[in-house]
Design a protein around this ligand. Sequence first.
Ligand code: KQY
Length: 363
Amino acid sequence: MKTIDSLPKQDGFRMPGEFEEHRGCYIIWPERPDNWRLGGKPAQTTFVKVATAIAEFEPVTVAVSPGQYSNARQMLPDEVRVIEIDNDDAWVRDCGPTYVVNDRGEIRGVDWTFNAWGGLVDGLYFPWDKDNQVAQKICEVERTDRYCLDDFVLEGGSIHVDGEGTLVVTEECLLSPGRNPQLSKEQIEKILMEYLNVEKVIWLKRGIYLDETNGHVDNIFNFVSPGVVALAWTDDENDPQYEISKECYNILAAATDAKGRKLEIHKLYVPSPVLITKEESQGVDAVDGTLPRIVGDRLAASYVNYYTANGGVIFPLFDDPMDKKAEETLKVLYPDRKIVGIPAREIILGGGNIHCITQQVPK
Ligand code: KQY
């Protein structure tokens, strides 16, 4: 497995849209007790449901730490491959490789630097060295060469592309002081254009209210297909989410994509606020340096944080009346895919959702 010195754009590689065909999907097994309540047991049950649901559509690999191999192997169905990759937590969207493809069907990984969403400035745990090796290890398993950026911090959840030259990101995240403070917005844009092979970057201002990743785009926005997008939305003007979603809407409505198209924007309504209960808060170990889970805290719950699989869409359920509406909206947006909802409270309690715990490998 080679590390390549050139740039994906000059080599003719581009990041495909998630809606394009996949070779498979990776997930990392949750276990750290200062993020997942009760030593990760309830989250593990939910991750099994997500892995099983995706495995209906494409091959799934679950990466586990050595100490969890037997437990994960026993809990997961046979069709899910379980391999050992040591890790610091379970967010493969962010620490895994971003794959790029060329017209000959070859794929290569892009291995960004991972610093737990902000390093020593406002990162969510310390250390993160095992997570920072996950992308390279997945490239080894997949036998894919990789581009490696040792001095550029980025997470996969902070980028969405249409596969046709358009990238959407948030300023809140990409310009945050804990990532690449030495780079200007223009310099960041140039790096993204070269590594993802895009011509147009649409900058939203902020992500979902109180998102602990500094507003990852994947919790508020997704590409359904080129020119068609989903945006997390609320009509409640008293909810701080309203102003954020409205601002995103205005930016998207005024934008054109890399092909000069106006975007067709579909609203995906957020559930009513999801708050941490006393029992949930008490189940999480308090550790200095890890974001605490405090009773009453509002979680960044959004249906946009779904995974697009070959022939399926796996989306989070919050035991909320909006679950039904989200399913109906997704059915309209994806008439050719099966829409599968998974109760996801145990994932949002860890700070992200189904999209954040998955990483596709394109075909
Ligand atoms: O949302 C994500 N992409 C990751 C969330 C990380 C939360 C760590 N507690």
